[in-house]
Design a protein around this ligand. Structure first.
Ligand code: SF4
Length: 764
């Protein structure tokens, strides 16, 4: 077993409090404070004029796609500005003039930088040129692109089997880069392609594929506007998908109703002050009609209770269920009904913690409506029963026939701008015979047929010394993955780690014996080749592919685009001894798109995307075509309720993002919607639990988990009394990833259990 590097690297930065200021929680999202925050962040990093002109191009047809989440753009983007506060922050992070250049690394060693907070590391700025961290050294030094590619190729050639290589993808990569990366990895001989969706919506992919035949959502924006009921479960759109609030506002204006199911009463689901209109900005629109403050991870119990009551009404002949739809399009209805009989209402009430009045109010609403959409995010997927959570949602939609019609459907909301596109164009550890056959036909080589490693298993392979080279196309793997200590040891046991990145983050410090930083263009930057500007494509959360074209000059002349970096790596590895002309392909996006069209079903129109019209990929649910499923039918599922065996004083923790955060990127230290300012090391706790366990407000505590008799500790958090169900607590990641065990993850999807971790809170 190789020994981790000798470098003295802090995994968290020196823990210190930054001066917490508490205010009341917000009663609405966006509005004047939202506009102010968006402009403050962008003006600070870019200057007012450049910020305003660049923001005016974001999410516009002839502009660039926001590097934030994957929320779709309306057919006619607003000329006033088609972005939200967090989109402006994402742009400002990328378009900053701060630089982590050669002088920066000469001055600061990786050991010193690792003592900084994630926030400060991120503010170090854009990476400007290729840098290498030699074995035994603590300073990155400059390296040429050519030597960097050669170093990677030589290291890959030392591996005794291609499966000793791990090739990670974050959801920011374009379709062209992701397709080329997947092609190179398969040509190299492995399917070890973990990606960030393993940690987020993999449970959605598995749950939806097994019940509806496709791992993606079925709704469009228009459906959301026309729905009679939108259920928002385990999602905080006000922070993580803010433009979704405009769609919910439109739904309300069409007399739609919103049911939010969440342990927290999030401001973004209470009221939305839409900056697109004066009335919207000042008065705003009330969103949620019914907030069901469910206990953490008891969504299955809650949904079962609702469906049990609906079934009782239907059995009385009140035509609550769409039996024509059930008979025509579904399988397993009877066994689903009998499974419901296994649970008493009393048990389900006890588990979900919702009052009967609210349950009856919700049942009354759902009973008479059929145009129902269910939206969800990590609050459903990052649990041991994440797949069951998704399937239980599908059960409700099948009962109501709420699929394949306007105003109906599934809506797993993707968190990263092209995470769905990456999977569509081939980034996956699973083997698809259909894709392999297409690739062999088009490129003349035989892709590997052995199942690859997803994120949790890639970490274990590196930790056990079975994988020795780790290459990341974007992202911040070391901070995003569960079990920070174990993951760090895994990375530090590698011979080489490579990060293709725009900005400095902790994964550039938690490295293998040798490490490379390969700086790439940002989404907002012009990608010019031989005087011609090139464009790339991405796929949004609703399955629409569209182009993105930068508008800003690159922050450094030494940056390369992701496709060029991949082409360069592959060319150095194969040295022309492969049917694919990697270097040429890496710089010729039109040819990459032709190859995508030739190998990926539904992408035919991508070669026409220069016109910027965009196109929807096929979606069988919209056509009510379940021919790929057993009996050609959508599937009902019998799902078990969650069962957390907790000892006295143990609490169930959900890790969350603050409002000044996107995944592991920390824009700032505030979480103003929750009344938190200038601090991240806090734990939200119910006052009753505080009293029962004798914790005072702002007392300093440690969070401790104990799985498989292994204690994991995250130190120094301030206790903040908060409106959260008894027995439940919440705290931010990545600070709490330290206590999430690497080997406890969702059944079937292997998604980490970040939203339901059993912890005890200890006084210091
Ligand atoms: S909603 Fe998402 S994609 Fe849209 S501007 Fe905001 S962060 Fe960007």
């Amino acid at each position: 077993m190789p020994k981790p590097t000798e470098r003295n690297i802090s995994l968290t930065g020196t823990i210190r409090f930054t001066g917490l200021k508490l205010t009341n929680t917000a009663s609405y999202a966006a509005g004047v404070p939202g506009v102010k925050a968006a402009l403050q962040h962008s003006f600070k990093e870019m200057g007012a004029l450049e910020a305003l002109s660049t923001l005016s191009k974001m999410n516009q047809k002839d502009g660039f796609d926001c590097p934030g989440c994957a929320w779709p753009d309306p057919e006619v983007p607003s000329k006033l500005g088609e972005y939200c506060e967090n989109g402006a922050k994402a742009l400002a992070e990328e378009a900053t003039y701060e630089k982590a250049d050669a002088d920066f690394f000469k001055t600061h060693s990786v050991e010193e930088i690792s003592t900084w907070s994630d926030f400060k590391i991120g503010k170090s700025g854009r990476l400007t040129r290729p840098m290498v961290l030699r074995a035994g050294s603590i300073h990155y030094t400059p390296i040429s692109w050519e030597n960097a590619f050669t170093l990677i190729a030589d290291e890959l050639k030392t591996l005794s089997h291609p499966d000793e290589g791990i090739f990670y993808t974050s959801g920011r990569s374009s379709n062209e880069a992701a397709f080329l990366y997947g092609l190179f990895v398969r040509a190299f001989g492995t399917n070890n392609m973990p990606d960030c969706s393993n940690m987020c919506h993999e449970s959605s992919g598995v749950g939806l594929s097994e019940t509806l035949g496709i791992g993606k959502g079925s709704v469009t924006l228009e459906d959301l506007h026309e729905a009679e009921v939108v259920m928002v479960i385990g999602q905080n759109p006000g922070t993580n998908h803010p433009r979704m609030l405009s769609a919910l506002e439109a739904c309300k204006k069409n007399d739609g109703k919103i049911i939010s199911i969440n342990p927290l009463a999030e401001a973004g689901l209470i009221r939305f002050k839409d900056p697109q209109s004066l009335n919207g900005m000042l008065k705003g629109t009330s969103l949620t009609d019914i907030h069901l403050q469910v206990k953490i991870n008891q969504d299955v119990a809650l949904l079962k209770l609702l469906m049990k009551k609906l079934a009782a009404q239907d059995a009385k002949g009140e035509k609550v269920f769409d039996h024509e739809f059930i008979n025509t399009y579904t399988n397993g209805y009877e066994s689903f009904l009998s499974d419901l009989e296994n649970y008493t209402e009393a048990t389900l009430y006890e588990l979900c913690g919702i009052a009967s009045e609210q349950i009856d109010q919700t049942v009354a609403l759902l009973a008479k409506k059929n145009k129902i959409i269910i939206c969800w995010a990590m609050g459903l997927t990052q649990h041991k029963n994440g797949v069951a959570n998704v399937k239980e949602c599908v059960n409700l939609l099948l009962l109501k026939g709420s699929l394949g019609k306007l105003g109906t459907g599934t809506c797993p909301v993707r968190g990263h701008s092209n995470v769905q596109g990456d999977r569509t164009v081939g980034i996956m550890h699973h083997v698809s015979n259909e894709l392999n056959q297409s690739l062999e036909k088009v490129f003349g080589f035989t892709p590997p047929e052995k199942e690859g490693l997803d994120t949790v298993h890639a970490v274990q392979a590196m930790h056990e010394g079975k994988a020795k080279v780790f290459i990341a196309l974007g992202g911040n793997f070391a901070s995003a993955v569960a079990d920070t200590q174990y993951t760090a040891e895994a990375l530090q046991r590698c011979n080489l780690t490579v990060q293709i990145s725009t900005k400095l983050n902790r994964s550039h410090l938690i490295t293998g014996q040798k490490a490379l930083i390969l700086p790439t263009l940002g989404r907002s930057e012009k990608d010019i080749k031989n005087g011609n500007q090139r464009f790339l494509t991405v796929e949004n959360s609703m399955g629409k592919v569209h182009r993105t074209k930068g508008v800003l000059p690159p922050k450094s002349k030494q940056l390369k685009s992701e496709p060029e970096i991949i082409g360069g790596m592959a060319d150095a590895f194969f040295k022309g001894k492969h049917p694919v002309a990697w270097k040429n392909l890496g710089s010729d996006y039109n040819t990459i798109r032709e190859k995508i069209a030739a190998t990926i079903t539904g992408f035919e129109a991508v070669t026409e995307e220069s016109k910027g019209t965009g196109f929807y990929l096929p979606n069988n649910v919209r056509e009510l075509d379940f021919s790929k499923l057993p009996n050609g039918k959508a599937q009902f599922s019998a799902c078990a309720v969650a069962d957390h065996k907790m000892k006295p004083n143990e609490l169930l923790l959900m890790t969350i993002r603050s409002h000044d955060q996107f995944n592991t990127t920390i824009y700032g230290l505030n979480d103003r919607y929750r009344g938190i300012h200038n601090e991240r090391r806090i734990i939200f706790m119910n006052q009753t639990d505080m009293t029962a366990q004798h914790f005072k407000k702002l007392e300093i505590v440690d969070l401790v988990s104990n799985y498989d008799s292994i204690e994991r500790r995250a130190e120094q958090f301030l206790v903040v009394p908060y409106n959260i169900p008894e027995g439940n607590v919440a705290a931010y990641f990545p600070e709490t990833n330290m206590i999430i065990p690497y080997n406890h993850f969702a059944d079937y999807s292997n998604t980490p259990i970040s939203k339901s971790v059993i912890v005890s809170v200890e006084k210091r």
